[in-house]
Structures are given as structure tokens and as C-alpha cells.
Design a binder for this molecule. Structure first.
Ligand SMILES: [Ca+2]
Ligand SMILES: [Ca+2]
Ligand SMILES: [Ca+2]
Length: 158
């Protein structure tokens, strides 16, 4: 009886470890709402600085650096929850659509980007997360996104 119990505990532990590893291997990059808003062509145009209908990783980095600056009211190197959410009067970012701004500023998205869970999103965490999103969308792995890649359903978010 005792051995039985131990065995089931062991199996349960192993299952938990396996599940955790699975989750670690494929971290959540996006909520469903965020993916929907980001993947609008209106947003693609905002990232495509040279207007050649392709978004390069450099264009993406430059864009998210600007978004970070726009959110980072106190100009230190991280975004706290207040900066993230913004005030009710000033919620839309000039650089993005209203729908995108709203989805970006959700606490769910903030938590996904805050990889060390210190309730601050540093510039590095912010850029790394968007690079991961870029790589996920870049199915041809040529470091640029065309319109087809832009709108393709690659996120399993909720
Ligand atoms: Ca471009
Ligand atoms: Ca800040
Ligand atoms: Ca952090």
C-alpha cells in the first residue's frame, strides 16, 4: 500500500516536471486580442518605416524602441505598472492604433514580457519579447516579414 502511494506520487511529480518543461519550451507570446490587433495591416505599415512592404528585424526593433520611449514617462530603463497601463485620458499611443495600444497595455501582456517577474519591464525584456514575436511570425526565417507572414495565424493565444 505504502509503495503504491509512493509510486503514484512519483508519477504525479514526473508529470508535473514534464508539463513545466513543456510550458518552458513554448512560452506564451501573445494574448488572442494582442495578436489580432498587431496583425492588422495598418499596424504593419507603422512598423515598415521605409514603406517597401516588408518589415525587417531592424525596423521592428526601432519601432519597439520608440514604443518603449513613449510608455516610459520617467525615462529610466524600465516600465512600471503605471507607465504600462497609462492614465485613462492618455491611453492611445500616437505610434500605434487604438486597438493595438489597448491590447499592449493589458497586464497580461506586461506579465508575459516581465520574464524575471520583478513587476518592471526593462527595455531589454521589451525588445526581446518583440523579437520572439517577430521570429514566430517569420516562418521563412529570412529576418523580414511580408504581408502574408504578417497576417498568418501563428499564435495560440487566448
Ligand atoms: Ca521595410
Ligand atoms: Ca520607467
Ligand atoms: Ca522584469
Amino acid at each position: 500500500m505504502k509503495t503504491h502511494l509512493k509510486l503514484s506520487t512519483l508519477v504525479a511529480t514526473m508529470l508535473m516536471v514534464a508539463t513545466t518543461q513543456l510550458m518552458a519550451a513554448e512560452p506564451m507570446l501573445s494574448t488572442g486580442g494582442y495578436a489580432t490587433q498587431l496583425q492588422k495591416l495598418e499596424m504593419m505599415k507603422m512598423l515598415d518605416a521605409d514603406g517597401n512592404h516588408m518589415v525587417t528585424i531592424a525596423e521592428s526593433d526601432a519601432y519597439y524602441n520608440s514604443i518603449f520611449d513613449a510608455l516610459n514617462k520617467d525615462q529610466d530603463d524600465s516600465l512600471d505598472t503605471k507607465e504600462w497601463a497609462g492614465t485613462t485620458k492618455q491611453t492611445k499611443l500616437d505610434l500605434a492604433t487604438g486597438g493595438y495600444t489597448r491590447e499592449l497595455r493589458s497586464m497580461k501582456m506586461m506579465k508575459m514580457m516581465d520574464t524575471d517577474a520583478d513587476h518592471l519591464v526593462t527595455r531589454e525584456e521589451f525588445l526581446n519579447h518583440h523579437r520572439a514575436i517577430f521570429n514566430k511570425m517569420d516562418t521563412s526565417t529570412d529576418k523580414q516579414l511580408d504581408a502574408q507572414e504578417w497576417v498568418a495565424k501563428v499564435f495560440g493565444g487566448h
